[in-house]
Design a protein around this ligand. Structure first.
Ligand code: SAH
Ligand code: SF4
Ligand code: F3S
Length: 466
């Protein structure tokens, strides 16, 4: 998952309804809630743009909407349960307003298809991630009393020409999708089924979008893909653009535009990318490199196609080329056949790598995946939970040490906004993606400032402007 500024996007979180009421004058209003990864949140912004073209304005008040949309995630069972609860909640709205249409978008729509209509009896529209252009037509169908369903996956759709309407934006940092789908077949993962084949977005449209964001005052873009290192776009003039080339192009828009990216796959991240990061000061020294497990045997069953040693070697290479690079990861605990020894190996890697940020999950079997078909989900829940606690404890110890070692250092921070706990403070992140809280001084949102670190917890740094 991704850390969205001060929000960590994860299905355990409440969905995020947009804060700004866009196009207040529009006749028809839609309300949208998003769950899952940053790509899903970015898709909601594409949907907002498609609906805007058809005269719909966004509202943050579901009571005044004619159309309620929920953009869903299927990554773990819990993510789907959250969506089911929300659908039950919308049922009440539908009772009060018989004209109201409810639409399910995203990965759960793709996974369950028409079944969603039967199961809940309160869904009017089901649209998969590659079919958002069909939404206006599906709404018309639904208005005439039919159910509107389109879950066709595409090999080409990238929505490259659509300018997303930024929902819940802080005006400083934004996402830019650079590809869709995934061709990897990690055995635990539902994404290849819900998002289809991998395809890369036209590089010119990516650069145009990032440039426009900069002109609008944004100071940070995060390039998004399930596996950014396999980005590859062949220009009509024959030029082949790799991820390293793309990074370079985006970084060259303006030195004041910070560039981040997610997610990197340990098997695919190249020295080229690392050298490009080293060359451009505005490409943030921070890499999200999910390990999933520290045991080679487990990694093999997961079909991650690298070993524990390969991963450790990549981390060493990153630190060699980018000595101060921030590192974050994802871990799945209790995958099929995980023994106590496998678990200890994960703890060892956590201790050795000292990740700044880690998203740690209990394995959740997803229907239809390779793991569901081939392996037994045989680690009992109590053991999974105990192992997760241990993984979290070791990670926290590492991140505490990593944060303590920052005390006394000075970092360049991009000011993002007021701190939640105390509005007299601002927060912002350093290149390594660590959140830093400091008294405002004379700084303003969007400024780059130098902050000296004076204290920390395992999750946050505190400092003063110097
Ligand atoms: N493309 C990214 C991750 C996408 S999903 C990558 O390759 O790393 C985000 C994270 O969810 C994964 O890294 C994994 O840690 C977790 N995840 C995926 N499927 C899961 C499952 N079935 N159970 C538990 N966690 C899962
Ligand atoms: Fe899922 Fe693996 Fe693709 Fe990531 S790389 S989306 S974990 S299949
Ligand atoms: Fe979830 Fe789909 Fe993203 S399953 S994590 S919303 S790609």
């Amino acid at each position: 998952m991704l850390d969205l500024g001060n929000k960590t996007i994860d299905e355990s979180q409440q969905g995020m309804a947009l804060k700004s009421d866009l196009n207040a004058a529009a006749l028809k209003k839609f309300y949208i809630e998003s769950y899952g990864c940053a790509m899903n949140f970015n898709d909601s912004e594409i949907v907002a743009s498609i609906l805007h073209e058809k005269g719909y304005g966004a509202t943050s008040n579901m009571e005044e909407a004619q159309l309620v949309l929920i953009n869903t995630c299927s990554i773990r069972d819990k993510a789907e349960q959250t969506v089911r609860h929300r659908l039950m909640h919308f049922k009440g709205l539908k009772k009060r307003n018989r004209q109201l249409l409810v639409g399910v978008l995203g990965c759960m729509a793709e996974r369950l298809k028409e079944k969603l209509l039967e199961e809940e009896k309160l869904v009017d529209i089901v649209v998969g991630p590659d079919a958002y252009r069909a939404l206006p037509a599906l709404i018309e169908e639904a208005e005439s009393g039919q159910k509107g369903v389109n879950v066709l996956l595409s090999r080409e759709e990238t929505y490259g020409d659509i300018n997303p309407i930024r929902l819940d934006a802080n005006g400083i940092s934004s996402f830019v999708s650079i590809m869709r789908g995934c061709n990897n077949m990690c055995s635990f993962c539902v994404v290849p089924f819900t998002r289809g084949r991998e395809r890369s977005r036209d590089a010119d449209s990516i650069i145009r979008e990032a440039s426009e964001l900069f002109d609008m005052g944004y100071r940070e873009v995060t390039l998004l893909g399930q596996n950014v290192d396999s980005y590859r776009y062949e220009h009509s003039n024959g030029e082949v653009i790799s991820f390293a080339n793309l990074l370079e192009k985006v970084a060259s828009i303006n030195p004041l535009l910070r560039v981040r990216f997610s997610t990197s796959h340990p098997k695919d991240i190249t020295d080229d990318v690392l050298f490009t990061m080293a060359k451009h000061q505005n490409i943030c020294n921070s890499i999200h490199l999910p390990i999933q497990s520290g045991s080679t045997a487990v990694l093999q069953r997961m079909n991650r196609t690298y070993t524990r040693e390969w991963y450790m070697h990549k981390v060493a290479r990153i630190k060699e080329i980018l000595p101060d690079c921030g590192l974050s990861t994802d871990i799945i605990v209790g995958f099929c056949g995980e023994t106590e020894e496998d678990h200890q190996e994960t703890l060892e890697v956590l201790e050795a790598c000292r990740f700044d940020l880690a998203y740690m999950y209990l394995y959740s079997e997803r229907p239809g995946t390779l793991a569901a078909r081939r392996y037994e989900d045989d680690v009992p829940n109590e053991i999974k939970s105990r192992r997760l606690d241990e993984v979290i404890a070791v990670f926290r110890k590492g991140s505490q040490l990593s944060n303590e070692s920052d005390i006394g250092k000075t970092f360049e921070i991009l000011v993002e906004g007021p701190s939640k706990k105390d509005e007299s403070n601002f927060n912002g992140r350093n290149q390594q993606n660590k959140m830093v809280i400091f008294p405002r001084g004379n700084s303003s949102v969007g400024d780059y400032i130098q902050v000296k670190i004076t204290g920390c917890t395992s999750g946050t740094l505190f400092g003063e402007i110097v």
